[in-house]
Design a protein around this ligand. Structure first.
Ligand SMILES: Cc1ncc(COP(=O)(O)O)c(C=O)c1O
Length: 387
């Protein structure tokens, strides 16, 4: 069977190679430290699980949901006010099955032939996939260390900007772990207005941000709702990655386009999952804050620990990841990942999986408690791989 030609755009090579190495390593009885995947090891709060369990006990909750319940939309609306100080109306909100699915379909909802999408490099992979699947032409804006991994709008060619339908921004940003200042959002909105571009902000990590900073919503900036939307995911804040709960929030015309597309391919977020979302958004938020402090302790254990053994890894400003430049003696992130796996059992993700400017870096996920991460640091040190 030959797959559709356009599927050849997607590669899985390095992950298959790493999986094979990992399986060999486990088969030989050795211990693996898997820091490659961003699935939190924390649990959802009891009130979220209870709401879902109760909803699952009722037979009437097994029908097609077809649309978001008023209760769900109101919970999002109230949360935006409470958490971000942002006023939205319920027709400016729609659920998606995780930001991954929402962004995966965004190109189909927005682009027409000839339109460009402006995307970050390094980029979280669904950004490119979502634009590509919608037939957009792709233009990548570089995120460079010397610019704090922030976009430089002045460097985006005018002829591209004029043909662009949407631009994606995301802070705190996976994989580079940077946080944006207000100026970035203000410039994004001005740029969008100048060239009639839609801004899509992926806000997956608003609650995992360090050193006393507070995660914001793109919609809290003046004029944001005129030009864009934000994907607001519950996955990482509330440890419900497997439930697939996220909402697109913002400009009503864009939300209507997403709803129209989804009405053709989907019958809505299951009712028990909507109930879990309502419980998360209307319930206490102290666990979310405690968890952020725990992520910061993990960040300190890994970044600080690695610096102590001679690997100059900067502190992440946000997200549940660490973005580490590979030690100088290695030529590629793939070479380093494979050697690290072979010599220590520590698995990380090669930066080039996030685009050409990810080369030279690897990404670690902070999915283990500080004491385990200190063990990881010790094993890396003892292996001699950095020498
Ligand atoms: C930047 C970014 N956007 C979106 C997602 C996907 O979020 P969701 O679970 O809502 O699909 C992730 C998950 O790791 C992410 O890192």
């Amino acid at each position: 069977m030959k797959q559709a030609q356009w599927l050849s755009h997607f590669e899985t090579g390095i992950f298959a190679a790493l999986d094979q190495k990992r399986d060999e390593w486990i088969a030989s009885g050795k211990k693996v430290y898997n820091l490659s995947i961003g699935t939190p090891d924390f649990q959802p709060a009891p009130h979220i699980m209870e709401a879902m369990t109760e909803a699952c006990k009722k037979p009437e909750n097994y029908v097609y949901a077809l649309k978001d319940m008023n209760e769900t939309l109101t919970a999002v609306k109230d949360y935006y006010k409470k958490r971000f100080g942002v006023e939205v109306t319920t027709d400016e909100i729609t659920s998606v099955h995780g930001s991954q699915e929402g962004i995966g379909h965004i190109g189909m909802a927005l682009t027409s032939p000839g339109d460009y999408a402006i995307l970050p490099n390094p980029g979280y992979p669904i950004f490119e996939a979502g634009a590509y699947l919608g037939g957009a032409q792709l233009y990548f804006y570089p995120l460079k260390k010397e610019n704090g991994f922030l976009p430089v709008f002045e460097e985006i060619p005018e002829e591209i900007a004029r043909k662009t339908k949407f631009m994606i921004l995301s802070y705190p940003y996976n994989p580079v772990c940077a946080v944006a200042n207000d100026e970035v959002y203000e410039k994004a909105i001005a740029f969008a207005k100048k060239y009639d571009i839609i801004i899509i902000h992926d806000n997956a990590y608003s609650d995992i941000i360090y050193d006393g900073k507070k995660g914001k919503s793109f919609l809290s900036y003046e004029g944001a709702k005129e030009v864009g939307i934000e994907f607001f995911s519950l996955s990482k804040s509330f440890n419900v990655t497997g439930l697939r709960i996220s909402f697109a929030v913002g400009n009503r015309e864009i939300i209507d386009a997403i709803k129209l597309l989804r009405s053709q391919i989907d019958f809505g977020m299951p009712i028990p999952i909507q109930k879990a979302a309502v419980a998360a958004l209307t319930g206490p938020l102290d666990m979310v804050k405690e968890q952020c402090a725990e992520y910061q302790a993990r960040r300190d254990a890994l970044c600080g620990g690695l610096r102590k053994i001679g690997w100059n890894v900067p502190d992440s400003q946000g997200t549940m990841f660490v973005w580490a430049p590979i030690p100088e003696k290695f030529h590629s992130s793939e070479e380093f990942c494979i050697r690290l796996m072979e010599e220590t059992g520590v698995i990380c993700t090669p930066g080039y999986a996030f685009g050409s400017l990810g080369e030279g870096y690897v990404r670690f996920a902070l999915v283990m408690p500080p004491e385990k991460l200190r063990e990881v640091v010790r094993i890396i040190d003892e292996s001699g791989i950095l020498k």
